[in-house]
Design a protein around this ligand. Structure first.
Ligand SMILES: [Zn+2]
Length: 290
């Protein structure tokens, strides 16, 4: 491209340069919705990347707006992450709440907190269930109440079966918080297969041996001195810690729910039991309060 190599800062080529380079290479932008661009690392050093968009000229001279995924590294993790941003995904977050609760009125959200998701921090692994649903990669089984048993297939080897159970939460009678958009749990199984091979790690044994649970939805505190707003959307979900009494930067290493254990979501009273697993399937039961 015509732009000079960036010197000392995380400079990106402008869309005119990109347009010219794409047309010089004989590429018809009308056939694409996103472009990934690796920029040579600047002298100052620049990691990660950024997702944006730009109007690129097509062979007829008209312009098409496409996603632009820039990275300053050939690291596949960064490239995948930025491309998925251009397709509408946000970050895979994690949530930690006070008083030893998994969810509550006073929670802190870490923007890249799900370290087992390409849209979270550092590790290149499968995206979690709410994001896969956003992408159209899976259709979760929806829990409609009562007590039901479900089989969830491995996120990276589903054979076309559902890789998540979605549980809409009914929350009533709370004076400490107000739900501003529907809360849902997404329960999934992330054994160390293929793209998720990094799950096979003694630092986080529960992922390979049980369920991962994310929450989506928004809610706000009512009684705190600062009116706190908790936002976990389907395109930017929050990883729930089912063992919230362990805290610190690694508190989510044990966030998974292993076979043989039961966890009760504290706001709705819904219980999740992890009953058994094979290499590629996990059996859970979900029980809504009467
Ligand atoms: Zn990002």
């Amino acid at each position: 491209m015509a732009d000079p190599r960036p010197a000392g800062s995380c400079v990106r080529p402008n869309t005119t340069s990109i347009s010219n380079a794409i047309n010089a290479a004989g590429i018809d932008i009308r056939e694409y919705s996103s472009i990934a661009i690796v920029v040579p690392n600047s002298l100052g050093g620049c990691t990660g990347g950024v997702a944006t968009g730009g109007s690129i000229k097509d062979p007829t001279g008209a312009y098409k707006y496409v996603g632009l995924a820039f990275t300053w590294s050939m690291n596949n993790h960064y490239i995948r992450h930025e491309i998925l941003h251009t397709m509408g995904l946000g970050h895979a977050k994690s949530i930690s709440c006070t008083n030893g609760m998994s969810l509550g009125a006073n929670c802190t959200i870490a923007a890249y907190g799900n370290q087992w998701d390409t849209m979270g921090d550092a590790r290149g692994m499968m995206i979690s269930a709410p994001l896969r649903e956003t992408m159209g990669w899976t259709t979760p089984i929806v829990h409609k109440g009562g007590s039901e048993t479900y089989t969830i297939h491995a996120a990276t080897q589903s054979g076309g079966n559902a890789t998540a159970v979605k549980v809409p939460l009914t929350i009533t009678g709370r004076t400490d918080l107000s739900v501003t958009s529907q809360l849902n749990l997404y329960i999934e199984y992330r054994p160390p297969i293929g793209f998720d091979s990094g799950m096979n790690d003694s630092r986080w044994p529960n992922w390979a041996n049980g369920a991962m649970i994310n929450v989506t939805g928004t809610w706000r505190s009512l009684n705190l001195s600062t009116n706190k707003y908790m936002s976990c959307s389907q395109s930017s979900p929050c990883l729930v810690d089912t063992t919230p009494t362990t805290t610190g930067t690694r508190s989510h290493y044990d966030a998974g729910l292993p076979v043989g254990s039961k966890w009760t979501e504290p706001l709705s009273g819904v219980s999740i039991n992890v009953l058994s697993r094979t290499e590629t399937t996990l059996v859970i039961s979900v029980e809504s309060p009467p």
